[in-house]
Ligand binder design. Structure first.
Ligand code: AMP
Length: 430
């Protein structure tokens, strides 16, 4: 027997439908916010994908030589591909430019709960604006998506890369050193991050500032930002970063978006390219991020384009499905609303077909019993396949413009007028 490759999954109908539902809602939302979908290849040149991702992701890429001897890799994220397009084919498009992509990504991560080697993201990127309203839009959009999907009590962990960068730049740390500090912070290894900074020769004042920052996290966003501003007062660009974050959160709050935010001054994300706000979304009881994003104003330039500011977010579709299951809100699958229409006699078959068309036109999934089985065998079959409702169409009931509706889960059946059939099923299956 063949098996799937370790870390790869088959998504059977119920799981596939849940994934597609989240993807679909993400896509609808992209349209509401004016993000246009692009589809880029799963396979890209290794050089593109390796150029500006984190060391950790770089090491975990699926990389190989194709038959033409080209070094290629399967995309571990969308941003490099989107940046390639924005720096080339989309170079002359008017700004702002809002782009959406959804699809599968590949990382040789250690498989565990919520961590797969093939996973799906819905990705939103806004190019051309460095203003806080663009950052606020990405936050609000993420809030809308999770709300639309029915998630409750989710929170945003928020930080700003400029705080740490402002301090470490002023202390003279090079990019590579700063990156190792960030990688350690991303793994919540505060002590190790401090050790790297100390060994890189930062001042005692800086160590004290960093230590205090790493301990600073609070739900009272504005209060904590005030404190942070105080702590970093000797570092001009760190102060500017705090002010930028303040502005974004203030705009979001004043627009009426109800965002549950925790500010973490020592928050870092693995990807190297962030330059401004960074954030991740979580639900209580699930210690893995459902999505993450931030601002990356230098990325397009690194891919050979003009300098174009950008902010974006990647929603982890697989993890959102897990979160919905955890909160017991998985959306109704089509199966849970599905109907089988069974004709009792040949003479009622045309009417059965007509009623099937009527139910489908209201969005209900309908199968017609086409095997010529007896009612009881057709019902047994419907039961076995998990169909939710049976509509039995017989000449006797038809005379009174009625049919029999059976709820297959409860085992109850009633004779009801055809005129209320659609409404009955739609209401019941909500
Ligand atoms: P990143 O691209 O690392 O910023 O991740 C963005 C989001 O993608 C995360 O918040 C997760 O929801 C999802 N994600 C990243 N890696 C994995 C993985 N190995 N398995 C499942 N989801 C993932």
């Amino acid at each position: 027997m063949f098996k799937t490759v370790r870390g790869m999954r088959d998504l059977l109908p119920v799981d596939a439908e849940r994934m597609r539902h989240v993807e679909q809602v993400s896509r609808e939302l992209s349209k509401l916010y004016g993000y246009e979908e692009i589809i880029t290849p799963v396979l890209e040149t290794y050089d593109l994908l390796a150029a500006k991702t984190s060391e950790e992701i770089r090491e975990r890429m699926y990389t190989f030589k194709d038959l033409g001897g080209r070094k290629v890799a399967m995309r571990p994220e969308f941003t490099a591909s989107v940046a390639r397009l924005v720096a080339s084919k989309l170079r002359n498009e008017p700004k702002p430019m809002r782009l959406f992509s959804a699809g599968s990504l590949y990382r040789y991560d250690e498989p565990q709960y919520g961590r797969f080697r093939e996973f799906w993201q819905a990705n939103y990127e806004l190019f051309g604006s460095s203003r806080p309203e663009a950052d606020a839009e990405i936050l609000t959009l993420t809030n809308d998506l999770l709300t639309k999907l029915g998630l409750k009590n989710f929170r945003f962990k928020v930080g700003h890369t400029g705080i740490l960068k402002g301090i470490l730049d002023q202390e003279g740390l090079d990019e590579a050193k700063q990156d190792s500090v960030r990688q350690l912070l991303d793994k919540k290894l505060w002590e190790d991050a401090l050790t790297v900074a100390r060994e890189a020769g930062v001042s005692d004042n800086c160590l004290a500032v960093l230590e205090s920052l790493f301990e600073t996290r609070s739900e009272n966003a504005f209060k904590v930002l005030e404190n942070v501003k105080d702590t970093v007062q000797d570092y001009g660009s760190a102060v500017a970063a705090v002010e930028n974050l303040w502005k974004i959160l203030e705009l979001t709050r004043d627009s009426g978006a109800q965002l549950d935010v925790i500010v973490e001054a020592g928050f870092a994300r693995g990807l190297e390219y962030y330059t401004g706000i960074i954030f991740e979304s979580y639900i209580p009881g699930l210690d893995i991020a459902l999505g993450g994003g931030g601002r990356y104003d230098k990325l397009i330039q690194l891919f050979g384009g003009e300098p174009i500011p950008a902010v974006g977010v990647a929603q982890g579709i697989d993890r959102i499905v897990l979160a919905l299951q955890k909160q017991k809100h998985p959306p109704k699958t089509l199966k849970e609303r599905s109907v089988v229409v069974i004709s009792v006699k040949d003479e009622s078959m045309a009417k059965a077909l007509e009623l099937s068309a009527m139910l489908r036109s209201s969005g209900l999934p309908v199968e017609v019993a086409v095997m010529g089985r007896s009612i009881s065998r057709a019902m047994t079959d419907a039961n076995r396949r998990g169909v939710a409702y049976a509509v039995i169409v017989g000449p006797k009931e038809l005379e009174e413009k009625k049919v029999v509706l059976k709820d297959m889960n409860k085992g109850e059946q009633r004779t009801i007028p055809i005129s209320s059939l659609t409404e009955e099923i739609l209401t019941d299956s909500k």
